[in-house]
Design a protein around this ligand. Structure first.
Ligand code: KDG
Ligand code: MG
Length: 403
């Protein structure tokens, strides 16, 4: 038995907000878990501090599954992003502790490495097609084997995925949500041109991805998928909102372009139909928003039965603690597909020293025991929380739309 003696939530903003859970034990070993929910950070911090931590004290940190079941089944109110991010943070921290006690990197406890490294994709963003492809070449020169292409849409002032800063894209950009305008017609005209130019300039030896960010209806997504087929996209992500999983049947009937979805999913129930009916090719659920390593492994196990591979979300709002956990998961799971990788700021990297590293298009979690990610609490304290919202989206006639 290794007794949980204390736990606390650390909120810090080294360029953006992160919520981290630290669990302490009677043997001096501690574990970390990411609990960041972009734009709703303090809701998870309160859920942990006010409702979860009091129940953890005195429990055996080794009983990861039992604690997961206690927090999930034992709560009358199940699922949802706040609850599942809080459970995820506890789960990550307990796996971190187990790894440290064993003296092994987490992936060894998950069955060992199934591959040598984790293929990652970078974000190539630009106001114009030329600018996007220049960014893509920049990443390909660094060895990236997969690149996501997002480009400005002619006639729209701003578009998802495109920022003024070429190096970084940070969507949670305002104290009160900023408003973007959206036109499906303009967008649908622009993407095939981006991919045609992309294949011409970048060739065929690189995987090209695209994120639709929940902005199309199923039939529109079917048409875009068909238009992009000649350019063999690796995946089209979040074609349509997935509250109604049956929506994807219509897309599937019209295109063979591979489909990815799930960065906003919280549980296996959000993806059950999509996986069982083979309506998708990649599941994007993450360690932090889908209940931790314990629950994400269950999702991957179900997905493996139906030829669905993993493609974990890895934007900047997933902290280095989550990235570390994701990489151990990615390295070990048999049906891994790809991992998203957006660089954190130097300030963030300094607050969260980590063992994972990049080489030749791949990340590796490193050999440090546990997750291999730490937190410099004194430095974290120098960056107090700043409220920051994701934008909202309106159609050109003023109607609210999906961001
Ligand atoms: O929190 C929201 C962002 O992480 C999201 O908008 C980024 O869609 C995204 C992606 O694929 O990285
Ligand atoms: Mg996305």
């Amino acid at each position: 038995m290794i007794k949980i003696t204390g736990a606390k939530v650390i909120v810090t903003c080294p360029g953006r907000n992160f919520v981290t859970l630290k669990i302490e034990t009677d043997q001096g070993v501690y574990g970390l878990g990411d609990a960041t929910l972009n734009g709703r950070e303090l809701a998870v911090a309160s859920y942990l501090t006010d409702h979860v931590i009091p129940c953890l004290i005195g429990r055996d940190a080794h009983r990861i599954e039992d604690i997961w079941q206690f927090l999930y089944r034992g709560a009358y109110w199940r699922r949802g992003p706040v609850t599942m991010s809080a459970i995820a943070a506890v789960d990550m921290a307990l796996w971190d502790i187990k790894g440290k006690v064993a003296g092994l990197p987490l992936y060894q406890l998950l069955g060992g490495a199934s591959r040598d490294g984790v293929m990652v994709y970078a974000h190539a963003n630009g106001v114009s097609i030329e600018e996007t492809l220049e960014r893509a070449e920049h990443y390909i020169a660094q060895g990236y084997k997969a690149v996501r292409l997002q480009s400005g849409v002619p006639g729209l002032k701003s578009t998802y995925g495109v920022s003024k800063d070429k190096d970084r894209y940070e969507p949670a950009d305002a104290d009160i949500p900023s408003e973007n305008l959206w036109s499906t017609e303009k967008y649908l005209r622009s993407v095939p041109a981006l991919f045609e130019a992309g294949r011409e300039k970048l060739g065929w030896d690189v995987h090209l991805l695209h994120d639709i960010h929940h902005r199309l209806t199923p039939i529109e997504a079917g048409r875009l998928g068909k238009d992009l087929e000649p350019y063999r996209p690796f995946w089209l992500e979040d074609a349509t909102p997935a509250e109604n999983q049956a929506n994807f049947r219509l897309i599937r009937q019209h295109t063979t372009s591979p489909l990815a979805v799930g960065e906003v999913f919280n549980s296996i129930w959000d993806c059950k139909q999509l996986i069982e009916e083979q309506l998708i090719d990649y599941i994007r659920a993450t360690v932090v928003h889908a209940g931790g390593i314990t629950h994400l492994r269950r999702i991957a196990g179900l997905a493996d039965l139906y030829n669905v591979r993993t493609g974990c979300h890895g934007a900047t709002d997933l902290s280095p603690v989550c990235m570390g956990a994701a990489l151990h998961f990615d390295l070990s799971v048999p049906n891994f597909g790809v991992q998203e990788y957006m660089h954190h700021t130097e300030e963030t990297d300094a607050v969260f020293p980590h063992a994972y590293s990049y080489a030749d298009g791949m990340l590796h979690p490193g050999e440090a025991p546990g997750l291999g990610v730490d937190i410099d609490e004194a430095l974290a304290a120098k960056y107090p929380y700043r409220r920051a919202y994701l934008p909202v989206n309106r159609l050109e006639d003023g109607s609210m739309y999906n961001w």
